[in-house]
Every structure is written in structure tokens, then in C-alpha cells.
Design a protein around this ligand. Structure first.
Ligand code: ZN
Length: 92
């Protein structure tokens, strides 16, 4: 949880320390209109369900929307891994 720990020194992130869905310790946060924290389990189990409801509710173009979502996920995962490696470089 390095990103939250480091950012806690710059911003008041006390409201994102708990997952906004289950209340357990969050492992990531997102800043939109409001700041939200999310745990790993809710990220992989609940967020995809929310995403599906939002896509369908918004007039889904399932193929195009899924393609876009997958691209966004992998770009974000690569960026997060790069940031994590910068924070904790492998030992020599
Ligand atoms: Zn959770």
C-alpha cells in the first residue's frame, strides 16, 4: 500500500483507508468527484459487476465497451506495476 502511505503525507487520505464497499483496509484509492478507497477483493469481485451495470444502463455497445475496458485495465495495471517497482526496486 505504498502509494496510499506516501500520499498520506501530502493529503488527508484517512477517508480512503477503508474500502468504500466492505469497510476492510483499502489497497488503492481513486480520486473523482469524491475520493474512494477499495480493497483487492472488492476490486476484482464487485467493481466488474458495477462496471457491467453501468455499461448496460448507459446503452451498452458490449463489444466496443469491453475492448476499451480491457485496454484501460492493462494500461493501468502496467502503470501500477511500474510505480510499485520504482517504490521498491528489486534487491541486487
Ligand atoms: Zn472491499
Amino acid at each position: 500500500m505504498g502509494m496510499i502511505t506516501e500520499l498520506a503525507d501530502q493529503f488527508d487520505l484517512s477517508h480512503v483507508e477503508s474500502c468504500c464497499l466492505c469497510g476492510k483496509k483499502s489497497t488503492a484509492y481513486w480520486r473523482g468527484e469524491k475520493w474512494i478507497g477499495i480493497c483487492r477483493w472488492c476490486a476484482i469481485d464487485d467493481l466488474p459487476k458495477l462496471m457491467a451495470d453501468a455499461v448496460v444502463g448507459g446503452g451498452a455497445k458490449i463489444g466496443a465497451d469491453l475492448h476499451h475496458a480491457c485496454g484501460q485495465f492493462w494500461r493501468a495495471a502496467a502503470l501500477s506495476l511500474e510505480i510499485k517497482q520504482r517504490e521498491s526496486p528489486p534487491s541486487p
